[in-house]
Structures are given as structure tokens and as C-alpha cells.
Design a protein around this ligand. Structure first.
Ligand code: SF4
Length: 376
């Protein structure tokens, strides 16, 4: 059997689900409640919803989404700054990855600014934005660096390229974030009970298994895994087994992609261009050493240095529960606006916009499932 078929094979999936249900029933007996596992990564949230795993396992396990959707955790103030960049002048182009365009800020979004005449463009890679700047020297191109350790190396490479080619009309607004510090904040929150983590595949390919060794101090079994249904099921099975056997290791279940030390070349690209700094996350506030800023040698390509913007006092949309959903305290159906005042056509918060957002995934694949209660 070829690998891809194995990861999607229905016979293997059935056997895994049966084993998970047996193990989870034992865990429930021991805990007096269903075990709560958090999928940290937004791509896992979507994969779990699309494959119907929450429905198949919901009576046995509580699967919670975490802070792993990069667009969703981008803070209100940063979205407002992006809108202000788009309004700077008719000679400005704001370049971004697709999902960011529709995220509502306090009084507008990039999509709305584009409809009113601003030049907001979707680039499929930061290198395309550098190319666009080189081809259009009369325009100021501001690229929005959004995402975790996964996208940051490509943005770093583009910044180095623009610097080396002396492309003076290119700059980047950096909102990149680091996943492990946000997990540490979650673990220190007494209002959240998580029994195990399903760890991201893409981020882990860059940072490596070792980057999660801090989890072992919390006695939480955790598994790095891929995105096919059987990858995720096998990770859940392993976490349950570790729980029941009193083990709390961080297991690399995605060894076809993830190495112990991660991708050293990508890490070096980031270190060349970025320094670690405090960063503001939607729902979390400021998390120490969880973001990136440009190193001194690249400050001339930092959009916040090049353009002075007035301070922004963001307005949080009333009733939106994105912050608590990103912390795993609520699920999308707990938000009173879900599928009523907020849906993918009229999103109130980013979790309904992003292709990796929990609300969008629940809306598309799970809105007819019966309710699952919040973490006690
Ligand atoms: Fe925010 Fe909409 Fe999700 Fe509610 S349903 S948390 S308003 S994005």
C-alpha cells in the first residue's frame, strides 16, 4: 500500500476509532469526565472537522481547537494598523496572504479598503511581493508578514533578497508569532483543563520535536502529527495510551517530515533577519518573547519604522468569542453569534474568516452536530 493510501485507508481508520473509543472509555472512568485534547494547529482543526472526527469521537473525547490559526491570533490593533497602511496614499500597495484581507478590524478591513480604491494585493509568496516592488519602483510595497514559524523563514528570505538587491520601495509589517510561548500561557491558565496536545506538523517541521521539551515538565502526553485522518487518529490513540500508562512524553508521530532539531536552514534564515520580542495575541494579550521583530541590520525594511502611524485604540466586536475559542475555553457553537449574526458571508471575527479558523471549520463541516459543552 502506498503511504498516502495508508493515511486515508478506511479499514485502518475504523480499527483506530475502535481502539480510541475503548481507551477513551477507560480514561473517562479514571478522570470522571471526558479527556480534553487540544489540537494546537488550525490546519488540524480543519482536517478534524472535514473528516468528521469530532462527530465520531465526541461522546468519548473533547477535542478543542487552540491558538494555531495565524490570521485569527493577529491582534485587533495589528489589523487596524494594516488598514491604516492601506490608507496611507494612492502610491502604496499592501501585499498579503489571502485570508488576511477579510479579517474585520475596528472600523474596516483590507477588503473594504480595496473596494474603496486602496491597492491591496494577494501574493502567493513574499518573493512575489519583492518582484512586484522591483517591477513598480514608483510604488511603496508593504508586505504583511503574518504567521508562525512556518511562514517566517520565507518572509526572512524575501527581506534579505530585497536588501541585497537594494529594492528601496519594499518593506514588511511583521506580526509573526512563535507557538511554544502561547502554549506555556495556556498551561498556566487555571480555567483550562487540557489532558494532552495534538502538536502542529508544519510548525514542528521548522522548530523540531525538541522545541516542545518544556511540555514534559507539565506531565502532558503530546504527539506531533500530520494532517491525514489516520495521522490524527493515531496521534489521539498514542496520547490516550500514554495517559493511561502514566507517561508524558512528546512523541514525534510525523517523522516523515519532522526532525528532532527541526529545519536548521530555515531557523538560520529567521535568526539572520529577526529578533525575538514580546507580541500581542488576540485573546491572550501580550505574551513575552512570543513574536519577532527585525534585527538592527534590516530596520530600514521595517514598515513600522518607515511609516509613522498614529496610535490605534482597537474596538473589539461585541459578542465575538474568538479570544476564548483560541484558548480552547469555548467552542464555536458556544458563541451566541455563531451561524446567526456571524457566518462566512458576514464574518464578525477572524475565526469565521480564515481557512484555518475554528468557527469557519465548524460552520462548514459541523454546524449540525449536537452540542458539546465547554470545559468544566
Ligand atoms: Fe467570533 Fe463569529 Fe466565531 Fe462568534 S462565531 S467567535 S463572532 S468569529
Amino acid at each position: 500500500m502506498r503511504d498516502l493510501e495508508k493515511f486515508r485507508d478506511p479499514g485502518i481508520a475504523r480499527a483506530l476509532i475502535k481502539e480510541i473509543r475503548n481507551l477513551a472509555a477507560r480514561a473517562t472512568k479514571r478522570l470522571g469526565r471526558r479527556a480534553v485534547f487540544m489540537e494546537v494547529c488550525g490546519t488540524h482543526t480543519v482536517a478534524i472537522s472535514r473528516a468528521g472526527l469530532r462527530g465520531l469521537l465526541g461522546d468519548y473525547l473533547d477535542l478543542r481547537s487552540g491558538p494555531g490559526c495565524p490570521v485569527c491570533v493577529t491582534d485587533y490593533g495589528d489589523v487596524d494598523r494594516m488598514v491604516k497602511f492601506a490608507r496611507l496614499s494612492e502610491n502604496v500597495t499592501v501585499g498579503t496572504f489571502g485570508d488576511m484581507v477579510r479579517v474585520p478590524g475596528s472600523d474596516s478591513s483590507l477588503e473594504r479598503e480595496r473596494a474603496m480604491g486602496a491597492d491591496v494585493r494577494i501574493f502567493y509568496s513574499p518573493a512575489d511581493a519583492v518582484r512586484y516592488a522591483a517591477d513598480n519602483p514608483g510604488r511603496e510595497v508593504i508586505f504583511l508578514g503574518v504567521g508562525f514559524e512556518t511562514t517566517a523563514p520565507a518572509v526572512a528570505l524575501a527581506i534579505k533578497d530585497a536588501k541585497a538587491r537594494q529594492i528601496k520601495n519594499f518593506s514588511v509589517f511583521i506580526t509573526h508569532k512563535l507557538v511554544p510561548p502561547a502554549m506555556e500561557v495556556l498551561l498556566s491558565d487555571p480555567g483550562l483543563k487540557v489532558d494532552g496536545f495534538i502538536l502542529p506538523g508544519h510548525v514542528s517541521a521548522i522548530i523540531g520535536r525538541k522545541a516542545y521539551s518544556f511540555l514534559e515538565g507539565y506531565e502532558l502526553p503530546s504527539v506531533i502529527t500530520g494532517f491525514e485522518p489516520n495521522d490524527i487518529l493515531d496521534a489521539i490513540r498514542l496520547i490516550l495510551k500514554m495517559m493511561l500508562e502514566g507517561e508524558s512524553r512528546v512523541v514525534n508521530g510525523y517523522s516523515r517530515v519532522v526532525r528532532e532539531d527541526g529545519n536548521r536552514i530555515a531557523q538560520q534564515q529567521m535568526a539572520d533577519v529577526f529578533a525575538v520580542c514580546d507580541a500581542s495575541w488576540r485573546g491572550f494579550g501580550v505574551i513575552p518573547r512570543s513574536g519577532m521583530t527585525m534585527n538592527a541590520g534590516f530596520k530600514d525594511l521595517d514598515a513600522t519604522e518607515r511609516f509613522s502611524l498614529p496610535p490605534v485604540a482597537p474596538r473589539v466586536p461585541a459578542g465575538c468569542a474568538c479570544g476564548d475559542i483560541l484558548k480552547g475555553k469555548l467552542i464555536p457553537r458556544d458563541c451566541r453569534l455563531f451561524a446567526k449574526a456571524c457566518d462566512p458571508r458576514r464574518p464578525v471575527g477572524p475565526c469565521m474568516v480564515s481557512s484555518e479558523g475554528a468557527c469557519a471549520a465548524y460552520y462548514q463541516f459541523e454546524r449540525h452536530l449536537k452540542g458539546v459543552t465547554a470545559v468544566e
